[in-house]
Design a protein around this ligand. Structure first.
Ligand SMILES: Cc1cc2nc3c(=O)[nH]c(=O)nc-3n(C[C@H](O)[C@H](O)[C@H](O)COP(=O)(O)OP(=O)(O)OC[C@H]3O[C@@H](n4cnc5c(N)ncnc54)[C@H](O)[C@@H]3O)c2cc1C
Length: 583
């Protein structure tokens, strides 16, 4: 087997992976990126802001210092820090939030300075920049630094040295069907979210949680795996636009209406009027709208034939419509215009809540070291920064974390050198990946579908004990060994890929479900119908998952102590929002 040696191995090439690679190269390391798709064209980063404009954030005062016409001198890093903890309903890892707030201005300045023709639109704390611009900025940076890249290759497993340190990873070259190993001084996982575990997602294909699953298999500690953000207003039909979040992007205004299959508006049936206002006019819309949609569709059975509701736009007159289009000029051309016309002609477009962002993931410290020596992680595959709810930008997260993880990995690799791979570990990982060629014969596509159905039913927008237990036993009953490849050719073998993705999805699904069962309350994006309150007395805890077991660890409150007590889920959100510096 081919074994490639490098100081720092980066797995994934979204914003986190590219920023990590540039930082590691600046730290003097020889760097190799291996990614499942094309280096500058895979992952969620490219989709951020639905390719219109992703929000990238820092505190208002730092933003004002960039002379780009936005910002707020009265804001401060301290206020931003406190707001992120409130938004995360107190569950955030304080040290990770500090790292985020401190370093956010640096990465934003970097993008602005590298894109002189950019006309960023935004508000006091936030600028809108297309995800593709972010990717192009950092792609240029890695090219200037001669970072090596291997594309179209998927992570199979992490590899260890004899002393137990992570010393690289095993990959499958998807096009050639060849397995190869990378032996590295330090490894950084930047593999994004676990979208494929769910039937309906806004993410790109290929995001199957393989980084998280490899970390779990290697014995890494995970945090808050139950925290999954769903995005409302994601198109379910027509098929050509399924998964697009355009309705969500344009919904935060007075023109939009959500209707059930009977053509009735339903928000105020499930939310008190004060929360309806928040759902319509605040950044907390994701969880509140998803909750109301879930109640209408799943509990009340008034969903449409695609399992969702209708998103419509209503204008008083032509002038009103013109003003709306001037606010969203991207609706005037191309595919966005087609969608806009569809909504008008059909008096709505079918939408529902889709798995969108994973707040939980691999546990990291502020140097982005994981619990395994030699392994670092950055971006959406990590957990802890946003606690129970992300309102601030994930794009900022991926960049500040990538930067630090790359620096730390280079320093680690310099100190320890490249350890020899443990031969048994290598053989075992290869044999595991080849199992579908000699074991079962069932098409793994059916397995993927089963996992999707089980996870979506048991760990969706609203959960309960019975549903989660049923889902967990459903996942455990799925036997990977009865599934196998449908052709023995190794080159671009889609059934092999499906099998491999399913293997990881099963690992992630178990972690998500077990962590969900352990949290007997509702908090942020995590909603339980059987514990519909937030419990700061008993559940101000992180769920830590390792080797199949969940531990509840009290949140270290540090310089941001949390009021005790138990409040209804919606009342708690309203109370938290009142304390935000910008409300
Ligand atoms: C539609 C959409 C819109 C969004 N809009 C916004 C927004 O406006 N603002 C905001 O802040 N956030 C937004 N987000 C979230 C944000 O885009 C992501 O959290 C962020 O881009 C994640 O960056 P990342 O580098 O961690 O992962 P990604 O960009 O997802 O990159 C993951 C990388 O890992 C690779 N990979 C995955 N599996 C493997 C494997 N097995 N082997 C090798 N490589 C692998 C992928 O190919 C990819 O290169 C949005 C997300 C979506 C889906």
């Amino acid at each position: 087997m081919k074994i490639i040696k490098t100081d720092v191995l980066i797995v994934g090439s979204g914003g986190a992976g590219l920023r990590a690679a540039a930082a590691a190269a600046d730290g003097g390391a020889k760097v190799l990126i291996v990614c499942k798709g094309k280096v500058n064209r895979s992952g969620s980063t490219l989709l951020a802001g639905a390719n219109v404009s992703a929000d990238v954030m820092c505190d208002g005062r730092s933003m004002a210092s960039m002379n780009i016409g936005i910002g707020d001198e009265n804001d401060s890093k301290e206020k931003f820090y406190q707001d992120i903890i409130l938004e995360g309903v107190y569950l955030n890892d304080r040290a990770l939030v500090k790292q985020y707030v401190e370093n956010a201005p640096t990465v934003i300045r970097e993008i602005v300075e590298n894109n002189k023709n950019l006309h960023p639109k935004g508000d006091d704390r936030e600028i809108g920049i297309p995800g593709s611009t972010i990717i192009d900025t950092y792609y240029k940076m890695i090219k200037e630094r001669d970072v090596d890249v291997i594309e179209d290759s998927s992570l199979l497993d992490l590899l260890k040295a004899k002393d137990g340190n992570v010393a690289g990873a095993l990959f499958l070259d998807l096009l050639r069907g060849e397995i190869f190993a990378v032996n590295a001084g330090a490894t950084v996982l930047a593999t994004g979210g676990m979208h494929n575990c769910y039937s309906f997602t806004s993410g790109t294909t290929g995001l199957a949680g393989e980084g998280q699953a490899a970390a779990i298999r290697a014995g890494a500690e995970m945090t808050d795996m139950e925290m999954v953000t769903f995005c409302p207003g994601v198109i379910t039909h027509p098929m050509k636009w399924r998964g697009s979040i355009l309705p969500y992007i344009i919904h935060t205004n007075d023109e939009f209406r959500l209707r059930n299959a009977k053509g009735e508006e339903f928000m105020d049936r499930h939310l008190p009027q004060s929360a309806v206002d928040l759902a319509l006019h605040s950044e907390w819309n994701k969880l509140l709208l998803c909750y109301a949609m879930y109640k209408e569709v799943v509990d009340e059975g008034r969903g449409d034939e695609w399992g969702g509701v209708s998103f419509d736009l209503e204008f008083r007159d032509e002038e009103h419509e013109k003003a709306f289009l001037d606010r969203y000029p991207f609706l005037k051309t191309g595919t966005c215009n087609e969608m806009f016309r569809y909504i008008k002609e059909h008096r709505g477009i079918p939408v529902y809540g889709a798995a969108h962002y994973f707040d939980g993931g691999i546990m990291v410290d502020p140097s982005f070291a994981t619990s395994l020596r030699g392994l670092f992680a950055a971006g959406e595959c990590t957990g802890g920064t946003f606690g129970a709810n992300r309102v601030s930008a994930a794009t900022t997260q991926m960049l500040v974390q990538g930067f630090e993880a790359g620096k730390s990995a280079a320093a680690y690799a310099k100190e320890t050198g490249i350890r020899e791979l443990c031969p048994n570990c290598l053989e075992k990982a290869e044999a595991d990946a080849l199992r579908p060629f000699s074991e079962g014969a069932k098409d793994p596509r059916t397995l993927k579908k089963k996992i999707n159905e089980i996870v979506s039913a048991g760990a969706g927008v609203v959960r309960n004990e019975e549903g989660m237990k049923k889902a967990l036993s459903g996942i455990k009953a799925l036997d990977l060994s009865v599934y196998g490849v449908t052709t023995s050719l190794r080159e671009y073998n889609r059934s092999w890929m499906d099998w491999l993705e399913s293997r990881s999805m099963l690992v992630c699904a178990e972690a998500i479900l077990k962590s969900s069962l352990a949290r007997r309350e509702s908090r942020g994006v995590f909603i339980r119908s059987d514990y519909f309150y937030t419990d700061n007395d008993e559940f101000l805890v992180w769920t830590r998952y390792r080797d199949g077991e969940v531990r509840l660890v009290p949140v270290e409150q540090g310089d941001y102590p949390v009021p005790g007590g138990r409040l209804g889920y919606i009342e708690n959100i309203e109370a938290v929002i009142k304390r935000l510096s910008y409300s």
